[in-house]
Design a protein around this ligand. Sequence first.
Ligand code: BES
Ligand code: ZN
Ligand code: MN
Length: 499
Amino acid sequence: MTTYTLRSASPAKTRVDTVVVGVVTTGKGVELAPGAEDVAAAYGRDLRPLLAHLGVRGKAGETVRVPTHKAIGAGMLLLVGLGDQVTPVSVRRAAGAAARAVTNAASVALALPADSPALVRAAVEGWILGGYTFTAFKRDTGSDPTGPGTVGVLSPVARQADAVRAFEEAQVVTAAVVGTRDWVNTPPGELTPERFADAVTALHREATKGRGGPPLTLTVLDETELAELGCGGILGVGAGSSSPPRLVELSYRPEGAVAHLALVGKGITFDSGGLTIKPATGMTTMKCDMAGAAAVLQATFAIARLGLPVQVSTFAPMAENMPSGSAIRPGDVLTMYGGRTVEVQNTDAEGRLVLADALVRATEVQPDVVVDVATLTGHMVIALGDRVGGVMGTPEVVDAVLAAGEAAAESHWPMPIPEDMTERVRGSKIADLLQHDWVRWGGGLYAAAFLREFTAEVPWAHLDIAGPAFSSGGAVGEVTPGGTGFAVATLVEYARSLT
Ligand code: BES
Ligand code: ZN
Ligand code: MN
């Protein structure tokens, strides 16, 4: 366990094992970033030749360790590159790189630029997220699995209320992002729908234990209850698996709520494609297909911990998409919750089927707005890559989500829902709606058009996070390999924007 403090101490005098300072590139070469003035002063005229000898370039993500030989209070100085700009994005990224470069330190001071609440937040979030590792299944966790015992964030505004709030909120939000990453990284055989729901139940118990906990209520619907309700989408997708599906409904009802937000998240614990089976390589990362459900659930717990005055009703349909003798077939017709029928053409387009039931459930609680989050289509990955999410839906809600993403330092991009998509979605010859029509172009937009049919004209946004939910490469800044926790911070920021 690491303890975090926010302090206004001098980075040159503070007695810690390692002090982290930023390096920026300017027109004149490299220099230490704001926050490190005292360290620069302590080195005086030796600083320039030292940086030159070490070959410090100040590139984003660059880290260089320098033994201080008592030049300053800390035994080790870690220089971390910010690139040519000091922004929340560059500080978050540098703090993330720093968290991985610091080793063998029981105490650390972060002296990155932090003279505003946004930068304090960036330093804390970057450090915690960049240092994330998933070791639950490693026997040999390496030498330094737990990280330092104390991390002090040094900031000239450490005593200002808004900086303290940013510092505390950053810890709540990152805990939710870490929780999302853990769920996504858990092997799919360990995180069946039932066990995913159990994990949510355990978290709910933890979040509400004792007196004065937040007003959170949880319901887990099992396959029998889903059948009684007529949730044909969730049951249909889950029909091929020997692990039965679940629908988790979590609600947060604070007193004096000023708005009511419904969240819906895709919770496919493993997506083999079903009978429309995926090629082997397309299946390897498909444990990530519950990232939307993980994000909306964790965001709801974070919103409750922060005490935001927004009522939140969260729906997470969970199923495993498997091929078997009991699986649904292309050509089958499913009756969704609420009675609409859907002709299935591709069992690998399963996300929209489980989301349809959950969206109808969500509109029934009469929210002001619905936001769904889903690793829905490979088309969105082709269009936007693996760092940017696509946002579709009611223009005002899309704009507000984009603004929240900006504040949360997550990249989202608006995508359209062309009108002809709706005609095609309504074009089944034997059912009310057609799940899929095998036209490859714009498949992510067709999926959104399909989902919109279930929103009952409630203002709505759909976040397709198929790209950014999971990182297959190495660590970069605050993004670590595996589940990224993408969308959690945006959702918390969006809820805050409703207040
Ligand atoms: N879970 C996948 C989408 C996905 C792809 C997530 C890549 C993360 C990374 C989804 O269920 C799926 O299989 N979508 C199909 C949709 C198609 C059949 C219309 C796809 O992407 O091919
Ligand atoms: Zn899927
Ligand atoms: Mn699929």
